[in-house]
Design a protein around this ligand. Structure first.
Ligand code: SF4
Length: 249
């Protein structure tokens, strides 16, 4: 399989894959979602909660707070304790969590956990453990998807209502005026194959299809791990699973 980076930053990565087996591309997607270790809050001990949020809802909400995960700690199966003790009036944010390890902190400190009114208070201890998306989706490190590379065929010689057609594109990759409709430079891969342009203009003017030889693979991480760390762990997981299969065959 060949892969090239279309775009990549701290939060997301988009790759162009060719010479692939579709089953492997799907395996990679599933392994990233299900088989990468991250930290998340698993147990919550509530000593006091006089807020309007039920204990169960509060605990469930805490479980969904993404926590910075250090891959080197995965093998140690380390558990991290967090304390939260606040009195209203106060908007309680993820940054109010006090961790037992200063390096394991919520990814989004401004994430609102709950609002305490005058006289309300909470006092709790939460334990974060390592887990995988196959245990619970809160451990999953990213949203991952893929689709075939789009092909946008625009009739040569012009398309009536080009500006109107361009305005229908939900990802704004078309431009047009008069009868001149075109795809903005370097943006073909951003087409989401919705066919809004084709439906409006008719297939004789615009034909949307896809190239089965090329796949666009997109990953948007939730912040526990960097994109590079996610790919490294996913490849390790695939290798481990293949070794297990090898032993059993
Ligand atoms: S198929 Fe949808 S996303 Fe693609 S160019 Fe047409 S309107 Fe835009």
């Amino acid at each position: 399989m060949e892969a090239s980076v279309i775009k990549s930053d701290d939060k997301s990565s988009t790759l162009l894959l060719s010479d692939f087996k579709l089953s492997f591309v799907n395996a990679l997607r599933r392994v990233i979602i299900n088989s990468v270790d991250t930290l998340a809050i698993e147990d919550v001990t509530i000593f006091k909660n006089t807020s309007s949020m039920y204990d169960e809802i509060l605990a469930s909400r805490l479980g969904l707070v993404p926590l910075k995960t250090i891959p080197e700690l995965v093998k140690s199966k380390k558990e991290i304790l967090f304390k939260l003790k606040e009195t209203g009036p106060k908007a309680v944010h993820a940054s109010d969590f006090i961790p037992s390890d200063k390096d394991i902190v919520p990814v989004y400190p401004d994430m609102l956990l709950l609002n305490l009114k005058e006289g309300e208070s909470i006092d709790l201890e939460a334990k974060a453990v390592f887990g995988r998306g196959s245990d619970h989706i809160k451990f999953s490190p990213a949203h991952v998807s893929y689709h075939f590379y789009p092909v946008i065929d625009i009739k040569k010689g012009g398309v009536k209502g080009a500006a109107k057609i361009a305005s229908l594109c939900p990802v704004n990759i078309l431009e047009g005026s008069g009868d001149n409709l075109s795809v903005k430079k370097g943006m073909t891969q951003d087409c989401i194959l919705c066919k809004a342009c084709e439906d409006y203009a008719g297939q004789e003017n615009i034909k949307i299809s896809s190239d089965p030889e090329k796949v666009i693979f997109s990953l948007e991480n939730w912040g526990q791990l960097s994109t590079k760390e996610i790919f490294e762990q996913a490849i390790e997981s695939i290798e481990e699973e293949l070794k297990e299969i090898g032993k059993k065959v």
